[in-house]
Ligand binder design. Structure first.
Ligand SMILES: [Zn+2]
Length: 510
C-alpha cells in the first residue's frame, strides 16, 4: 500500500516538473499547414522529378530540393557538414558471356546466367568437372570430402536437400548461395556451375544494387560462377530431377566426369551514387541523444512507355510531412523552445528497391543507435484507405509497432493524440495474423532490427492507386495529411523532451 501511495505522489511531482519545463507545442504544430504541404508535394510529385527512381536524375532533383529547404529552415547538416549521406550503387551488365560444352554453345539468360558477383574477366577451359552434390560445407558435413578440386570446375545443386537444417541465420547458412561459392573457392575451385531450375533474369541481373564493401573485396578475388538449367544438363544426358533423386538427402561421394567446358566472362560495371538527406535540429541539455523522424523520398520512376509514377502518397506525403515537421521544430528552437534531444529528419532513398537507404544508415549510423530514443517513420499518410468504410473514414491513421520493443510507445502516442489531434488510432496491422506484414515493409524496420523502438504511420492504401501512375497530388486529402503530420509532430515533441530515453523492454517478435 505504502509503496503504491508513494509512487502515485512521486508521479504527480514528476508530472508537474515536466509540465513546467515543456513549452506549448501547439503554435508550432499549427505551422504544419495544408497549404505548405500542398506546395511542397506539388514539387516533389511533379513531372520534373520523373517518379524519383533510385537512381535517377529526378531522384537527385528531389534530394536537392529537400536539402535546399532544410537549409532555408535553418537545420544543421546531418553528416559532418553535409546534408547528404551518400552510398554507392552498382550494376554489372556483362559485356561478354560464354558457356560451351564440347560442341554445344549455350544461350546466355536462357540456358545459363552469371552469379551477381563475378570477376572483372575470366577465360577458362576445363577437360573435366567435379560434381559435389549440394556443395554444403559446415561443422557436420563436407560435400567435398576426399576430393581435391584445386584449379577445377566444380558443379553443385542449388538449394538444399530435403530435411537439411542449419541453425545459422539465412545469410550465414551453408546453403546460402554466396557461402556455397565461397566454400568452393576456399577449396581451390577455379569456377562453379550451379544446377538450378530457375535462372536469374537478365532484368534482375542488370539492376542496380547497393555496393557493399565486403562484397567488393570478395569480388576482387571472385571466381566465375554460372547458374545452369536443364538445357545444359541434357547435353550430358541428365535432368535436374534425376540428379536430385540421385543425391537425395545423402552426402554422396564427389564424382569426376570428363567434359570439355569453356567459360568466358567480361564485366561491364557501372556505378551510381545516391544519398539519404539528413538535417538536424540540435537539442539543448540532451543534445547527444537523438530522435529520428523519417520517410522515403524515392518512388518507382517512369516506365518504358513514359508513364510517370508520381508517388504523391507513396511517399511524397511522408516526405513533405517530415519537411514541415523539421521546419516546425526549427521554428520552436528559434523561439527558445527547441527540443531537449537532437532530432534528425532523414529522408531516405532506395526504399522501393528494398529499404536500401535505411539499411545503409542503420549499418553505418552517424549517431549512436543506442542513444537513438526512437524512430518515427511515415510511409503514405495522405489518403483514405479504399477499404475503410467505417465512420472514422476521415479521421484515422494506422499506427504500426505500438506493442513492440518499448512499453513507452503506446502511452506517449495515445497521450499526445488524446490531448491534441484526437485521431482514431488503428492498430490492426499489429495483429500477428495480419497477412500484409507491414512492420517489415518500410524503413522503420531497419531501426527496429537494431533494437530502436519505432512507430510507423500509414494510411492503408494498398489498393486503388498503389504503385500506379495515378498516385497523384490531386488525390491527396490535405486536411487529413496535415492532421496526421501534426500527430507525428506531437509524438516527436514528447519523445524529444521527456526526461528518459524510451525503455527497450519488449522483444521485436512477440
Ligand atoms: Zn512507400
Amino acid at each position: 500500500m505504502v509503496k503504491q501511495f508513494l509512487l502515485i505522489t512521486l508521479g504527480f511531482v514528476g508530472l508537474s516538473v515536466q509540465a513546467q519545463k515543456t513549452a506549448d507545442p501547439v503554435p508550432f504544430a499549427k505551422t504544419i499547414t495544408e497549404k505548405d504541404l500542398q506546395k511542397h508535394l506539388t514539387i516533389i510529385a511533379s513531372e520534373e522529378m520523373g517518379g524519383r527512381d533510385t537512381p535517377s536524375p529526378g531522384l537527385e532533383k528531389a534530394a536537392q530540393y529537400i536539402e535546399q529547404q532544410f537549409k532555408a529552415f535553418g537545420l544543421k547538416p546531418g553528416n559532418k557538414g553535409s546534408f547528404r549521406q551518400p552510398f554507392i550503387l552498382e550494376k554489372d551488365s556483362a559485356t561478354h558471356l560464354k558457356l560451351e560444352m564440347g560442341e554445344a554453345s549455350f544461350r546466355p539468360y536462357v540456358d545459363f546466367a552469371p552469379w551477381i558477383s563475378m570477376p572483372q574477366q575470366a577465360s577458362l577451359r576445363f577437360s573435366e568437372y567435379v560434381f559435389v552434390g549440394y556443395g554444403i560445407v559446415d561443422e557436420n558435413r563436407d560435400d567435398y570430402k576426399d576430393v581435391d578440386v584445386k584449379g577445377k570446375l566444380v558443379v553443385f545443386l542449388n538449394g538444399q536437400p530435403e530435411g537439411f537444417r542449419s541453425n545459422k541465420p539465412r545469410r550465414q547458412s551453408p546453403v546460402f548461395i554466396s557461402n556455397k561459392i565461397a566454400n568452393a573457392k576456399k577449396k581451390g575451385a577455379a569456377a562453379v556451375l550451379i544446377i538450378s531450375e530457375m535462372l536469374p533474369s537478365r532484368q534482375i541481373l542488370d539492376m542496380y544494387r547497393p555496393k557493399n564493401e565486403q562484397a567488393v573485396s570478395e569480388e576482387n578475388s571472385a571466381i566465375p560462377a554460372f547458374y545452369i538449367n536443364d538445357n545444359v544438363l541434357t547435353r550430358k544426358g541428365y535432368t535436374i530431377n534425376q540428379i536430385k533423386s540421385l543425391v537425395g538427402n545423402q552426402v554422396i561421394d564427389p564424382m569426376i566426369e570428363e567434359a570439355q567446358v569453356n567459360i568466358e566472362y567480361k564485366s561491364g560495371k557501372v556505378t551510381a551514387t545516391v544519398s539519404n538527406v539528413i538535417g538536424i535540429v540540435e537539442g539543448t541539455d540532451k543534445k547527444d541523444e537523438y530522435l529520428f523522424v523519417t520517410a522515403h523520398y524515392d518512388h518507382v520512376g517512369t516506365d518504358e512507355k513514359g508513364n510517370i509514377y508520381y508517388g504523391a502518397d507513396d511517399d511524397g506525403s511522408g516526405t513533405v510531412a517530415v519537411m514541415k515537421m523539421a521546419e516546425a521544430f526549427a521554428k520552436a528552437k528559434k523561439a527558445g523552445k527547441g527540443p531537449r534531444r537532437s532530432i534528425a529528419f532523414m529522408l531516405v532513398c532506395g526504399e522501393e528497391k528494398g529499404l536500401w537507404g535505411s539499411e545503409y544508415y542503420s549499418d553505418n549510423p552517424i549517431y549512436p543507435l543506442e542513444k537513438t530514443t526512437a524512430n518515427l517513420n511515415i510511409d503514405m499518410i495522405g489518403r483514405i484507405d479504399t477499404e475503410r468504410l467505417s465512420a472514422d473514414t476521415l479521421n484515422y491513421v494506422y499506427v504500426i509497432g505500438h506493442n513492440k520493443l518499448s512499453t513507452d510507445l503506446q502511452p506517449i502516442l495515445e497521450g499526445m493524440n488524446n490531448k491534441y489531434t484526437k485521431l482514431v488510432l488503428d492498430y490492426k496491422f499489429d495483429d500477428p495474423n495480419d497477412p500484409h506484414r507491414i512492420y517489415y515493409r518500410s524503413d522503420h524496420y531497419n531501426f527496429a532490427r537494431k533494437g530502436v523502438p519505432i512507430l510507423f504511420f500509414y494510411d492503408g492504401m494498398l489498393q486503388a492507386d498503389y504503385h500506379k501512375p495515378t498516385d497523384t497530388v490531386d488525390k491527396i486529402n490535405f486536411p487529413l495529411l496535415a492532421k496526421r503530420a501534426q500527430l507525428v509532430f506531437y509524438t516527436a515533441w514528447d519523445m524529444a523532451n521527456r526526461d528518459e530515453l524510451l525503455k527497450r523492454d519488449l522483444k521485436l517478435d512477440q
